[in-house]
Design a protein around this ligand. Structure first.
Ligand code: ADP
Ligand code: ZN
Length: 740
């Protein structure tokens, strides 16, 4: 069996996600590897498939007990013998598991890092044929990472004690370069393959909303998303309780989770959510660590979180199964006040001195301000997130509330001048809100009004709302025409370095204002699949099976598998096997029950299954970035490709787009190809240019020199015949259904 066959046979998928093949190929060829891949990229398969291909045992080191349990259950459901050994088991259970393990009953064994030093475990490991050690959440090894775990430092010594050195693979979703280096060093990886794919989660739709009434908004949203799993994050325990009560009272069963609850009640609520006894949970940021529920369809932030790091981690719990999911942040200016209050209230830790504590608080305040910028800016939200994490991004992602909303670009230079003059007149003494109120001429506080009303700028921009003025002022901050002081408790607004050139008339300011016609609830593209009868019934069946087997529903089938069933309407076992996520074991175990529901559905509606091709690929009108990322050719289409002596990425993309109907529309761009090749490790961004790596050169990509119009010599990639073939191959999907 090869990797691709294992993918189909056991997991029921027909193509690898970007990066998986590289990691799997390295490990199965005996090369150590480090994969830094975002949540949902499919890291688990990167070591589970090699585990199936190696003759011996694979040991997975993971710090999170609930994750281990989940993974082991999922493997067992797919027909792969696996077990975990950690502190949630009794001594007796551990002894039994180790006995079975030494008898070779398990292909994959999960263990917590602390376990590696226990004598019983060592005795087993030193005698067992361990081919692969996979280190999950590898960033825990670094003191520079967020969750340093000293026990991770013992892994290398453990590996050194084994009778034969196994291949070692390390995986994490987050690692700065420094953390990456720590991982490589501390695990003593040998000549490792390092793969770092981007932070971007293409299946997530990001949205910021400013509803007048958050509760009404929420009820309306939930009405439109009944039966979908979702998390509602709140800033405080009190709000969490309030939201959960409100939803329960309105007929939306909702669990809750915060640190103020008894441990038992917390666990019980969490289980209700995971087992899908209710589809919603309201929670503080205490909820989520180690939650592997893959079919969370939306994450709503009822309040603005404290930092971008927190936000991306929490929002990222949506859509781990790779299906569309939505992340909505409900912003109100009040959130900023709560946020500041929470920072001020934070109790000083005993182990740090006052000065350090104050510095930390200032850092927290800066992070809060950056978060506020995210909520109030006019621009692509995804770009803003990626930029924050130091990644390049396109101007327009096509899948966030800004990019799909209507905006008018207005020349705001004249008003910007008024605003900056006002700030100068106020001598930088006031903060953002008061400045906006002064400019608008609507200072509420009597004392403050007495002081500010005589200013010339008072009311100079009265045609705006206070919120609009605040976003204009924030735009001016981002453009360096104003700035907010960093280290004081109440940041003040002062003139910035570029104020001069604005006042001198050397600089113009373009402002993307939301058009008044924008509906308050911009219709989201994501999470908009119909909750149609069949899906509801399939979910019901899934839940019944899950309850009987005492596993969470998403372990039986992912949401995407159920949706694929709705698209393909399989009526025979063979057809059932073509559903994404259906491997041999699941077809055998669950096929008959699911097929009978689908058959009945088709009969009642006298439906005939759709033609396969159309069913697999719903037509798309717009080619958003996410759609482009899914671009693929059938073998027949690929066969029509006509190679040339050498091509650029743009030429390749143009020809590949033309292989699909309608021919006029560009379905993929040169940058898409380059991005994919970079993710694969074939290209690498150097200081001056994007150039082929050694791996890329093996695939035929060449570096050539060209002359720019300026006469300067520069280097770039060229794709001769071999590279064209290989890239075409990358984009060709060998679905069994299509090669029939
Ligand atoms: P990560 O650990 O990187 O967050 P997981 O390993 O949990 O990601 O995988 C996320 C989801 O994607 C899982 O539901 C998994 O079954 C699914 N998945 C992984 N690889 C593929 C693939 N090649 N095709 C389709 N789905 C996949
Ligand atoms: Zn966008």
């Amino acid at each position: 069996m090869n990797a691709k066959e294992a993918l189909k046979t056991y997991f029921g998928y027909s193509a690898f996600h970007p990066g998986q093949e590289i990691m799997i190929s390295a490990l199965t060829h005996g090369q150590d590897a480090l994969g830094v891949m975002p949540t949902g990229a499919g890291k688990s398969l990167c070591y589970q498939i090699p585990a199936l291909l190696f003759p011996g045992i694979t040991l997975v080191i993971s710090p999170l007990l609930s994750l281990m349990k989940d993974q082991v259950r999922a493997l067992n459901q797919s027909g792969i013998p696996a077990a975990y050994i950690n502190s949630s088991l009794t001594e007796g259970q551990i002894r039994k598991a180790l006995l079975f393990a030494s008898e070779g009953k398990y292909k994959i064994i999960y263990a917590a890092p602390e376990r590696l030093v226990s004598p019983a475990f060592l005795a087993f490991a030193c005698a067992a044929p361990i081919d692969l050690v996979a280190v999950d959440e590898a960033h825990c090894i670094s003191q520079w990472g967020q969750d340093f775990r000293p026990s991770y430092l013992k892994i290398a010594d453990f590996i050194a004690r084994l009778q034969k050195r196994p291949v070692v693979g390390a995986f994490t979703a987050t690692a700065t370069e420094r953390v990456q280096r720590d991982i490589l060093d501390a695990l003593r990886l040998k000549n490792p393959k390092v793969l770092v794919t981007g932070f971007d989660r293409k299946n997530l739709f990001f949205s910021v909303q400013r509803p007048r009434n958050k509760d009404e908004w929420l009820l309306d949203y939930l009405t439109r998303h009944r039966n979908e799993s979702g998390i509602i994050y709140c800033a405080t325990r009190k709000t969490t309780d309030k939201v959960a009560d409100e939803l329960n009272a309105h007929g939306f069963p909702c669990a809750r989770y915060h640190a103020g609850m008894e441990t038992n009640a917390r666990t019980e609520n969490q289980d209700r959510f995971i087992q899908e006894q209710c589809s919603l949970i309201a929670a503080t940021n205490a909820f989520g660590m180690g939650i592997d529920k893959s079919n969370v369809r939306f994450v709503i932030h009822y309040n603005m979180p404290q930092s971008m790091e927190n936000y991306y981690q929490e929002a990222g719990r949506a859509g781990r199964d790779g299906e569309s999911a939505e992340c909505v942040l409900l912003y109100s200016p009040q959130d900023v006040i709560i946020g500041r209050f929470l920072i001020d209230q934070k109790e000083a830790r005993e182990d740090i001195d006052e000065e350090t504590a104050e510095r930390q608080k200032n850092l927290d305040r800066t992070r809060l301000r950056q978060m506020e910028n995210y909520c109030t800016q006019e621009g692509c939200l995804r770009k803003s997130i990626l930029t924050y994490f130091g990644e390049k991004a396109e101007e327009n992602c096509g899948a966030c509330s800004f990019c799909v909303g209507a905006h008018t670009a207005v020349d705001a230079t004249a008003d910007a001048v008024k605003a900056v003059m006002g700030v100068l007149e106020m001598n930088g003494r006031y903060g953002l809100s008061l400045t906006a109120q002064v400019l608008r001429g609507s200072v509420g506080d009597i004392e403050k009004r007495k002081k500010t009303a005589p200013l010339r700028c008072y009311g100079s921009l009265s045609e705006y709302t206070e919120e609009e003025l605040k976003s204009l002022l924030q735009l001016l901050c981002r453009e360096n025409m104003l700035y907010r002081t960093e280290d004081e408790k109440y940041p003040l607004l002062k003139a910035g370095p570029d104020a001069k050139s604005l006042l001198a008339g050397d600089q113009r300011l373009l402002w993307f204002r939301p058009s008044p016609s924008v509906p308050a609830k911009a219709k989201s593209q994501a999470a908009s699949w119909d909750v149609d009868d069949l899906l509801v019934r399939l979910k019901g069946l899934r839940k019944a099976i899950a309850d009987a087997r005492r596993v969470p529903p998403y372990i039986i089938f992912s949401d995407s598998a159920l949706m694929d069933m709705c698209r393909k309407l399989p009526v025979s076992r063979d057809e059932f096997m073509t559903v994404s996520g259906v491997g041999f074991r699941k077809a055998e175990d669950f096929g008959p029950q699911f097929l009978s529901v689908i058959r009945e559905y088709c009969e009642v509606r006298s439906l005939r299954p759709l033609p396969r091709e159309a069913a697999a690929r719903p037509p798309r009108k717009t080619w958003t970035k996410a759609a482009r990322a899914r671009f693929g050719l059938t073998p027949a289409e690929a066969a029509a490709f006509s190679p040339k002596a050498s091509m650029t990425a743009a030429e390749l993309a143009a020809q590949m787009s033309g292989l699909k109907e309608p021919k006029e529309i560009k379905k993929i761009f040169g940058v898409d190809i380059e991005e994919r090749l970079t993710a694969l490790g074939w290209l690498k961004e150097t200081e001056k240019a994007l150039l082929p790596t050694e791996e890329g050169r093996r695939h035929g990509i060449e570096t050539i020199e060209k002359t720019a119009q300026s006469g300067q010599l520069y280097r770039t990639c060229a794709y001769p015949g071999k590279a064209q073939t290989e890239i075409l191959h990358l984009y060709t999907e060998m679905k069994p259904s299509e090669s029939e």
